[in-house]
Write a protein that binds this ligand. Sequence first.
Ligand SMILES: O=P(O)(O)OC[C@H]1O[C@](O)(CO)[C@@H](O)[C@@H]1O
Length: 421
Amino acid sequence: MLRLDTRFLPDFPQAFKEHGPLLLQAREALLAKRKDPQSMLGWMDLPEDTETLREVRRFREANPWVEDFVLLGIGGSALGPKALEAAFNGSSVRFHYVDHVEPEPVLRLLRGLDPRKTLVNAVSKSGATAETLAALLVFLNWLREHLGEDWRRHLVLTTDPKRGALRALAEREGLRAFAIPENVGGRFSVLSPVGLLPLAFAGADLEALLMGARKANEVALAPLEENLPLQTALLQHLHRHLPVTVFMVYSERLKYLPAWFVQLHDESLGKRDEEGNRVGTTAVPALGPQDQHAQVQLFREGPLDKLIVLVVPEGATEDLLLPRVEGLEGEAGYLFGKGLFQLLKAEAEATYQALAEAGQRVYTLYLSEVSPYAVGWLLQHLMWQTAFLGELWRVNAFDQPGVELGKRLTFALLGRPGYGS
Ligand SMILES: O=P(O)(O)OC[C@H]1O[C@](O)(CO)[C@@H](O)[C@@H]1O
């Protein structure tokens, strides 16, 4: 369950009424694009894809020997699985992410792994990302050296159904390869095999995750008054003059979720609009309560240039009671007998009030609890919010032309044929 609290933005209900026609128009324009196969709106259908869920489960069951799961991928091919696995890993499988190109951590990882117990999952929609290809070269070679002909059982690919180097490799070598639907882009792919495969090995409740995402779809298509993503899209839209949007999550289990949101928001919306104007707001990741002791000073007394979004669980799946300890009554007595979760909730509420009191624009999204259902709902909700904002800001939320030049310059520096001077 997801719930929006805008109690410190008293002007919002009226603004929501006034912007009703604009919001409905934005939704209509977005949904009209669904008919176009090039539209990259396949993420809307992923929660319904029970066939992929079955395939992923069968693959997990056929490979009970896996003790270490190494994901090679970057951006949308890593951030979603990382966020969800950190929250819901209930298995003994250890996860490692090679979403960088720093040699020392790669070497340290290789030295600590037993290849016979390791499954490597290379994930890339395009099959052309330099960081991922570099990691694949290293791990493929390592598997071959240690396992001989058996290496193929230890490498699984997740990529475009037809195109790219990973698909070609899978076909040439007879490797198992899961498909990211053609019309699903990296940062919208968390509920495709990109996220589902690692999460199956993590023993997460995939059915509940997808059920939550289906609920988000239902709410996104609901009438205006019940439509949560149109409401939060409008909150972001009304504050587009503020350069920063903070995404502060009060959950240790969801500590990697802000990084996933940052890519979703920044790479989708930070662009030139149809008239060539630069648009977008900068998403800043934050974690509660840790950032109360790092960033909240700035959030309260620094510039009033932010919209702050708090994401707060309303309930704990399990609480931990704080015991009475003799001698600590003075400083810690007020904590005796309270639950740790009670402290977390109080801190989130206190931060909410303190930020509002300082004149910052702030709202809260409450999650019923940190469960696969609620988080599946939240992820899909945020994808709808982003897609609606794309319409409101007149940008294509599904491309990323701004990262191309950097890629081409890297190729040129490394002498890739066709990219030299
Ligand atoms: O899955 P791929 O194609 O390797 O891309 C990885 C990431 O690189 C980008 O294309 C550019 O940053 C992202 O959109 C994407 O998530």
